[in-house]
Write a protein that binds this ligand. Structure first.
Ligand code: AR6
Length: 165
């Protein structure tokens, strides 16, 4: 049910790409920087209309100049050792993204490994949360049919594949 792809999320042919955003929905580095570059300047204005976005939630905007029809901006938690609700907040960010994509009528969605860069969430722990949250959501929803996790390195891709049947 979950597909693992290694590469740059902005190059994927999907209806929705998910951004690992900050609460202000402001342009940033990492995958966020790549997505803002791909979408062009209109994305900044669109984000100000739907910001702020509390941690664990998500917002949707058009994809503008990117290949995607929509961009879902999901705010994952900053890792603070694991005792500050990080697991629940990360799972919630994945679920909120799927809800928005589903409501928009998207048939496909691609996620990056939310929170595992600048926000410091340990990669293996985040992968478990991501896979479980997506699986649980897909068990009770029809669309989007294709759910992709886009890993930025072969090593990350291996780790995710190891969690799938
Ligand atoms: N395609 C797919 N994955 C990528 C790409 C890409 N083009 N570039 C990086 N990654 P991060 P966070 C991976 O730091 O930890 C931003 O400034 C990367 O290897 O982008 O949620 C925001 O504005 C890592 O595994 O997001 C926020 O302020 C993953 O994407 C803050 O960083 C997430 O790393 C969010 O931090």
């Amino acid at each position: 049910m979950i597909e693992i792809v290694v590469g740059d999320i902005t190059q994927l042919e999907v209806d929705v790409i998910v951004n690992a955003a900050n609460e202000a929905l402001a342009p940033g580095g990492g995958v966020c920087g790549a997505i803002f570059r791909a979408a062009g300047p209109q994305l900044v204005a669109a984000c100000t209309l739907v910001a702020p976005c509390p941690t664990g939630e998500a917002r949707i905007t058009p994809g503008f100049d990117s290949k995607a029809r929509w961009i879902v901006h999901a705010v994952g938690p900053i890792w603070r050792g694991g005792g500050r609700g990080e697991v629940a907040l990360l799972a919630s960010a994945y679920r909120a993204s799927l809800d928005l994509a589903s409501d928009a009528g998207a048939a496909s969605i691609a996620f990056p490994a939310i929170s595992t860069g600048v926000y410091g969430y340990p990669k293996d722990a985040a992968a478990h949360v991501a896979v479980e949250a997506v699986r649980d959501w897909c068990e009770v929803h029809q669309a989007p049919e294709r759910v992709i996790v886009c890993c930025f390195s072969e090593e990350d891709g291996k780790m995710y594949r190891g969690l799938l049947p």
